[in-house]
Design a protein around this ligand. Structure first.
Ligand code: FAD
Length: 410
C-alpha cells in the first residue's frame, strides 16, 4: 500500500479524488495542491447565479471542516511546475517538493483566448475562474452592449445572463449553428430561435478579426472577411472552448493527446500517475476511441473512481456523459453522445419549451436531450443503460409514461 498521494489541481475533480481515496480506506498522507487561492469550487454557478446576481458564484465542493475530518492537507496558491518521475516528486514554482507514491493530475484547463489584435484589451474577458465571473458580472451591472464570441454552452449562458440583466447582446458563432459539437441541428435550431426570441442578435458563420478601444473605453469589434464593424461593446466575452492543461504531463513524458491519456481506471502511461476530470482523455465501452469530457458529472464521478483506484480498490469508470445548462427559464439536459444520421424522435412541444429529443440506433435510445423535461432525461438514462428496444411512436406519445413504454421484440 502506498503512503503518499499527491493531487495536483484543487478543482472539482482534485477534491473528489482526494476524498474518495480517503473514503476508500487509504491510510497514508493525502495532499491536494492548487494554484488558485480558494478551496476547490464548482464552476457551473459562475455562468449562472454568478452573472445573474441571483446567488453565490462561489460554491465550494466541500467545506474546510470536511478536509480536516478526512485528514486531507490542502495547499492553496501552489503552482506545480514539474513532475520528477525518477525521484517521484512534484516540484512547485516556489521550489518546494512533494514526494508521492501515487500522483493524480486534475489540472482541468484554461479558457481559450483566440489570437487577434486587441484580444487582451480591458473588457475582453474569458470565463473559467471565480475572478472572471466577478469581472464579467461587474460589467454586466453597468449595462450597455455585450458581444459574446462563441455559441457553445458557456457563450449561450453568458448571452442569456446579459440579456436577462438588460444588456443588448450580439453573439458570433464561427460554425453554421450553435452548440454544433454537442447537439444535433434540431436542438441547435431550437436554441437559436430561443435566443433570437429573447432579443439576442445571433450571427453564425462569423468570426472576429480584431478589437480596438475608443477613447471612452468602449470596444469596437471588426468581423473577419467583411471588415464590418459591429455596435460598440461594453463587454466582450470569449467563449470559444477549453485548452486542457496537459503541459506538466507532456513535459514528464506521459502520453498526451487532446488531454492526458488514461485507461479505464484513470491510470496514465505511468502506472503510478493518474488523471481525472476535464484533463483526462479516457476510453469508454460504448464508444470507439477515447474521449475527453468537460462536465460537472464527469469531474465528480470519474474522479471518485480514480480516487478508489489510487487507494488500492481498482474501479473501471464507464458512465454515460450527462450535462446540463440553464438559460433564461430553460433547464437543458443531455445524456449520451449525439451523432449525425441516426433516427430521431421528438416527444413534447418545443414551442411550449418542454420537450425531449431522442436519438435511436437499432431501435434503442443512445442519446437524449431535454428542455424543461428532467423526468424524460432521467428515464432516458435508464433506457440507454438497459439498451431496451423502444417503439418510436410510443416514445413520441406524451400520454405514455417513459417507464411504461410497450415492450418491443429485440
Ligand atoms: C463557467 C462554467 C460553467 C459550467 N457549467 C456547467 C454546467 O452547467 N454543467 C456541467 O455539467 N458542467 C459545467 N461546467 C463544466 C465543469 O465545471 C467542469 O467540467 C469542471 O469544473 C471540471 O473540473 P476539473 O476539476 O477537472 O477542472 P478545473 O475545475 O479546471 O480545476 C482544475 C484546477 O487545477 C488548477 N491547476 C491547473 N494546473 C495546475 C498546476 N500546474 N498546479 C497547481 N494547480 C493547477 C487550476 O487552477 C484549477 O483550479 C462549467 C464550466 C465552467 C467554466
Amino acid at each position: 500500500m502506498s503512503t503518499n498521494i499527491v493531487v495536483v489541481g484543487a478543482g472539482q475533480a482534485g477534491a473528489w479524488v482526494a476524498r474518495s481515496a480517503r473514503e476508500a480506506g487509504f491510510a497514508g498522507t493525502i495532499t491536494l495542491l492548487g494554484d488558485e487561492s480558494h478551496l476547490p469550487y464548482e464552476r457551473p454557478p459562475l455562468s449562472k447565479a454568478g452573472l445573474l446576481g441571483t446567488g453565490e458564484a462561489y460554491s465550494p465542493v466541500f467545506g474546510r471542516e470536511d478536509y480536516e475530518k478526512l485528514d486531507i492537507r490542502v495547499e492553496l496558491g501552489k503552482r506545480v511546475n514539474a513532475i520528477d518521475r525518477a525521484a517521484r516528486q512534484v516540484v512547485c514554482a516556489d521550489g518546494s517538493r512533494y514526494p508521492y507514491d501515487r500522483l493524480a493530475l486534475a489540472t482541468g484547463g484554461q479558457a481559450r483566448r483566440p489570437v487577434f489584435p486587441g484580444n487582451d484589451l480591458p473588457g475582453v474577458l474569458t470565463l473559467r475562474r471565480l475572478a472572471d465571473a466577478a469581472a464579467i458580472a461587474a460589467r454586466m451591472r453597468e449595462g450597455g452592449h455585450a458581444l459574446v464570441v462563441g455559441g457553445g454552452w458557456i457563450g449561450l449562458e453568458v448571452a442569456a445572463a446579459a440579456r436577462t440583466r438588460g444588456m443588448s447582446v450580439t453573439l458570433l458563432e464561427y460554425a453554421e449553428r450553435v452548440c454544433a459539437r454537442s447537439l444535433p441541428p434540431f436542438m441547435s435550431d431550437y436554441l437559436l430561435r430561443t435566443h433570437v426570441g429573447h432579443g439576442v442578435q445571433v450571427r453564425t458563420q462569423t468570426s472576429l478579426a480584431g478589437v480596438h478601444a475608443t477613447d471612452d473605453g468602449r470596444l469596437i469589434a471588426t468581423l473577419a472577411a467583411s471588415d464590418e464593424r459591429i455596435e460598440p461593446a461594453d463587454l466582450i466575452v470569449l467563449g470559444v472552448g477549453l485548452a486542457p492543461d496537459i503541459e506538466l504531463a507532456a513535459a514528464a513524458g506521459l502520453h498526451v493527446e487532446n488531454g492526458i491519456v488514461v485507461d479505464e481506471t484513470g491510470a496514465t502511461s505511468d502506472p503510478t500517475i493518474f488523471a481525472a476530470g476535464d484533463v483526462a482523455c479516457m476510453p469508454l465501452s460504448w464508444r470507439q476511441g477515447r474521449l475527453r469530457l468537460e462536465s460537472w458529472a464527469n469531474a465528480q464521478n470519474q474522479a471518485i473512481a480514480v480516487g478508489r483506484t489510487m487507494a488500492g480498490d481498482p474501479v473501471s469508470y464507464d458512465d454515460l456523459p450527462w450535462f446540463w445548462s440553464d438559460q433564461y427559464d430553460l433547464n437543458i439536459q443531455m445524456v449520451g453522445l449525439f451523432s449525425p444520421g441516426r433516427e430521431q424522435v421528438v416527444r413534447g412541444d418545443p414551442s411550449a419549451h418542454s420537450f425531449s429529443l431522442f436519438q435511436l440506433e437499432g431501435g434503442r435510445i443512445v442519446a437524449a436531450a431535454s428542455v424543461n423535461a428532467p423526468r424524460d432525461l432521467k428515464h432516458a438514462k435508464q433506457l440507454i443503460k438497459k439498451a431496451k428496444p423502444v417503439d418510436a411512436v410510443s416514445l413520441a406519445d406524451v400520454a405514455i409514461p417513459l417507464d411504461r413504454l410497450p415492450a418491443v421484440a429485440a
